[in-house]
Design a binder for this molecule. Structure first.
Ligand SMILES: Cc1cc2nc3c(=O)[nH]c(=O)nc-3n(C[C@H](O)[C@H](O)[C@H](O)COP(=O)(O)OP(=O)(O)OC[C@H]3O[C@@H](n4cnc5c(N)ncnc54)[C@H](O)[C@@H]3O)c2cc1C
Length: 477
């Protein structure tokens, strides 16, 4: 292939697609390789971590960055954001103290106000004074007697619907409702894929696995890297490795000695009986990795619910977290996990883990007992740069002048990484100076809701999930 691309991107997960779209926005051409049939088909995401409230142990600075990055991503992909709140509680068995959570929430309200002052379009989580609301036991007792609201609008209405279902005597008081929203991966994938198909600046190659890369910087050619696939060799000036948990494989071939953890996790799809009114996402905090690990129930349309349970029996796996060793940058999972990653789940395990997930919810929501398996698990492996498994913000590293490695831990960091890569490309002179045109992207904006609806549904079905998972619980106005 004679053409020389400015940028070659390996991996079309959320990081790769957002990088390609940001480059396209500034007229920089790229070739984007994805070994799967469609984009954003790696590890799942369902929660927009706009404040880090699912992680009682992370630092304030991580919480703030999660909020900022989440707002930026929600502005880029509004059709993927499900504007239902999150109910946060601490069971009586747990060590977390409510005072600490409240202090952190107040800090986040202030920070959210600052973000809105910087740019009013950042107000995507509603009014800052309504970012969270606290409920005492006495208030819950009153709300529990109110009628259920089919389509709740105010925090009290959401809480009314919730509290009728929950055994709140098991929870420390008070409890919280916070504006952390749902995040639909099928809809984000659909919008990104449609935009990439539309732009003349990105050559998207799905079903195309990169087999090797070659550093030709010292060969006095008019490009720096060769990217090899089964059928072709592509020439590029700048290389972006956004292979997710497989990023270490190419570091190995470049003899770069980097450290990373990779973690395999799964969430389960269940179907429940119809309930009379919508509920928020439900969080029951608990110590990760113990039998009381956090339980997360995420509502979807048509009575489908996704469940995470942070125990080894549900979301986490024995030997599911592995680290690079002996100077080999790519950690290796054991065979059982490798098999699951290539979609070789045994149905018996799907059933037993989903049933354990349902039982973990039933401890707090007794009527959830009647739920059953609703589809295959949503699963995948994510990378965590370095050796701290509690890190929630990873970004990008530049191991050499024309090579960027994306190292995001949460999907919300994708735009930050894309912009850092864009700045680097400008800094080293591959592109002339580019104006910062804000966080919007006109190619993405030009994609219609109807087209997103149709492709998101097709993607869910193609991957074996109920098509209801591709819709939002709260339809956009
Ligand atoms: C169970 C679970 C739940 C999660 N929930 C959330 C959540 O609620 N909110 C959140 O923000 N984050 C969540 N995450 C994290 C989130 O999924 C990841 O941060 C994000 O998907 C990583 O995106 P990425 O683009 O870096 O990597 P990936 O999505 O892994 O993309 C890498 C891509 O590279 C491709 N690839 C790899 N090697 C090659 C090759 N040689 N040739 C061609 N293509 C290649 C892969 O096929 C893949 O599509 C969750 C993760 C898990 C595991």
């Amino acid at each position: 292939m004679d053409k020389i691309y400015n940028v070659g991107i390996i991996g079309a997960g959320v990081s790769g697609v957002v990088t390609a779209l940001q480059l396209a926005k500034h007229g920089i051409d790229s070739v984007l390789f994805e070994q799967e049939k469609s984009v954003v088909s790696g590890p799942p995401f369902c929660h927009l971590h706009a404040g880090g409230n699912l992680y009682p142990d992370i630092s304030e600075s991580q919480c703030k960055l999660l909020m900022k990055q989440s707002i930026e991503m929600a502005r880029l992909f509004p059709e993927s954001i499900d504007e239902r709140p999150t109910f946060i509680s601490v069971p009586k068995t747990e060590k977390y103290e409510f005072n600490k959570l409240e202090e952190r929430l107040d800090m986040l309200v202030q920070y959210y106000e600052d973000l809105i002052a910087e740019d009013p379009a950042n107000k995507i989580l509603g009014a800052p004074e309504h970012y969270y609301k606290i409920y005492t036991e006495a208030e819950l007792n009153v709300l529990a007697k109110q009628p259920t609201i089919k389509h709740p609008k105010s925090p009290d209405q959401w809480m009314t619907n919730t509290i009728k279902l929950i055994d709140y005597k098991k929870l420390k008081m008070p409890v919280i409702l916070v504006q952390e929203y749902g995040w639909n991966l099928f809809r984000l994938g659909a919008q990104a894929q449609l935009a990439l198909d539309k732009t003349p600046f990105c050559d998207l190659k799905t079903n195309t696995s990169v087999t090797s890369i070659k550093d030709v910087r010292k060969q006095n050619l008019n490009y720096n890297w060769e990217i090899t696939t089964k059928d072709e060799v592509y020439k590029v000036n700048y290389l972006v490795n956004s292979c997710g948990f497989k990023a270490g494989e190419f570091d190995e071939s470049l003899h770069l000695n980097t450290e990373r953890l990779i973690e395999f996790k799964a969430a389960y799809v269940s179907k429940w009986d119809p309930i009379p009114g919508l509920i928020p996402e439900l969080i029951f905090h608990g110590e990760r990795g113990t039998p009381r690990g956090m339980v997360q129930l995420t509502p979807y349309c048509d009575d489908y619910y996704q469940i995470h349970g942070m125990t080894n029996e549900i979301t986490l796996f024995e030997n599911g977290l592995v680290k690079s060793k002996n100077n080999v940058p790519q950690p290796e999972f054991e065979d059982g996990i490798k098999q699951k990653l290539t979609r070789g789940w045994d149905y018996k395990e799907v059933k037993s883990r989903t049933e354990k997930a349902i039982a973990s919810v039933t401890k707090f929501v007794p009527s959830f007992k009647s739920a059953s398996v609703g589809g295959p698990p949503l699963f995948g492996a994510q990378q965590i740069p370095g050796d701290d498994p509690s890190l929630r913000i990873g970004e990008v590293r530049f191991p050499c002048k024309t090579y960027a490695r994306s190292e995001i831990v949460k999907a919300s960091s994708a735009l930050t990484v894309a912009n850092q890569i864009l700045n680097k490309i400008q800094e080293i002179g591959i592109m002339p100076s580019i104006n910062d045109e804000g966080s919007q992207n006109s190619i993405l904006e030009s994609i219609s809701k109807d087209d997103i609806d149709a492709l998101a549904e097709a993607l869910a079905e193609q991957r074996g999930y109920p098509k209801s998972l591709s819709r939002l619980v709260i339809e956009k106005k």
